[in-house]
Design a protein around this ligand. Structure first.
Ligand SMILES: *Cc1c(COP(=O)(O)O)cnc(C)c1O
Length: 374
């Protein structure tokens, strides 16, 4: 939570999250929940505790700073930092707090050796290889060299080998995921042949539901935990069925007014009433991470019915068309995401109006004040 100045509330259903974790565990033997970026906006401590109670014993955060908070929250869990150490404080923290850091360069290995020596411990690392994202990690061809480097280190022990898939959620690019899988298998083979006792991990949510052949020892579900079907809108949509959205977001109606035909609404006069109509003003805007890009595109939910956004989204206010909801009154709760009944607004729908993906919807709206609904 980082937005403190508004009436917006993000309601989080931890039960839905735990149900999603169970559904994932029915498909994948050893899922390690990904709770980076404040658990995709759902709240790191709350989500970590709920999933640990549900049986998760390995959990992954983003930065080392986040991983330290995660370790404070669930001290008995194995805690991973997906981004790995960046500065001196990070190297120290990883060694002192027994955090399993993703490491993708020889320099990081050498700096960890130094830090662990100073702290007087052996630090465990997850070797990160690039197999097709061109983002973080050793190159695939470096596997033998990495094993050589590790042979010379006293205080660093590899406990995992990992890579990340670029297209696991796209059935039309399943071939690329399989290619990455083959590259990864060769890396794992090289490391095992060198006697390294490393657990292999490649699968994100898309691969958990769509590529059972890529599961390896440990799986890394993110979006599926929060109820996002990785295959929404694709031919594989059925494979991700049964996941439940854990976040809903609402604000309040602060004014109800009647306008005459020809009157315009909001900045720039992009909407003009074709006839007399009732308009509601909702206390939410782009300062609450409800993007201005939703202007004239999105819908909200009021008394179980859809109300379209009229004209431009402002900094803290948005106008909606109340034609379908004559009983609307100041103070009523209006849902931007979720809400009860068959007209409930799904994250996929909101993401489509927004021109983005559910990941960004959750991360951004989750920065509003949160309540835990069950
Ligand atoms: C975010 C992340 C995941 C989770 O991906 P989803 O698509 O949300 O399941 C897995 N692995 C790494 C390295 C990540 O950064």
């Amino acid at each position: 939570m980082s937005i403190w100045y508004n009436h917006v509330r993000a309601g989080i259903r931890l039960h839905a999250l735990v149900d999603n974790f169970r559904l994932i565990r029915a498909r994948a033997a050893n899922p390690a929940p990904i709770i980076k970026s404040d658990a995709y906006g759902h709240g790191l401590p709350q989500v970590a505790r709920a999933l640990f109670e549900a049986g998760a014993r390995t959990l992954a955060a983003g930065t080392v700073g986040e991983a330290a908070v995660l370790k404070d929250t669930v001290p008995e869990a194995e805690v991973i930092s997906l981004l790995g150490p960046l500065d001196a404080a990070d190297y120290e923290c990883v060694c002192e707090r027994d955090i399993v850091a993703f490491v993708g360069s020889t320099e990081q290995l050498l700096l960890l050796e130094e830090a662990a020596g100073r702290v007087g411990t052996t630090v465990r690392v997850a070797l990160k290889f690039d197999t097709g994202m061109a983002r973080l990690g050793f190159d695939a061809v470096e596997a033998a060299g990495v094993a050589d480097t590790l042979d010379g280190l006293e205080h660093v022990r590899a406990t995992m080998v990992c890579s990340h898939l670029a297209t696991a959620d796209d059935p039309e690019q399943a071939g690329y995921a399989r290619e990455q899988g083959e590259k990864f298998e060769r890396i794992v083979g090289t490391l095992h042949a060198r006697g390294l006792d490393v657990r292999a991990s490649l699968a994100n949510s898309g691969a958990i539901f769509g590529h059972p052949g890529l599961h390896h020892d440990l799986q890394r579900p993110g979006i599926a935990l929060y109820g996002g079907n990785p295959f929404f809108g694709t031919a594989w949509e059925e494979k991700g069925r049964g996941l439940r959205q854990a976040m809903q977001v609402s604000s309040r109606l602060v004014q109800v007014r009647t306008i005459a035909a020809g009157q315009s609404v909001s900045y720039g006069r992009t909407f003009t009433a074709p006839a007399g109509m009732r308009v509601g003003i909702v206390a939410v805007g782009y300062a609450d991470n409800y993007s201005r890009g939703l202007s004239a595109k999105a819908q909200m939910l009021l008394h179980g019915r859809r109300v379209p956004v009229l004209g431009r989204v402002c900094m803290q206010l948005t106008a909606v068309d109340l034609t379908g909801v004559p009983e609307a009154a100041v103070g009523d709760e209006v849902f931007l995401l979720g809400g009860a009944g068959p007209q409930s607004i799904s994250a996929d729908e909101l993401a489509a109006w927004w021109g983005t993906i559910t990941y960004e919807v959750f991360c951004l709206l989750g920065q509003n004040p949160r309540t835990y609904v069950d």
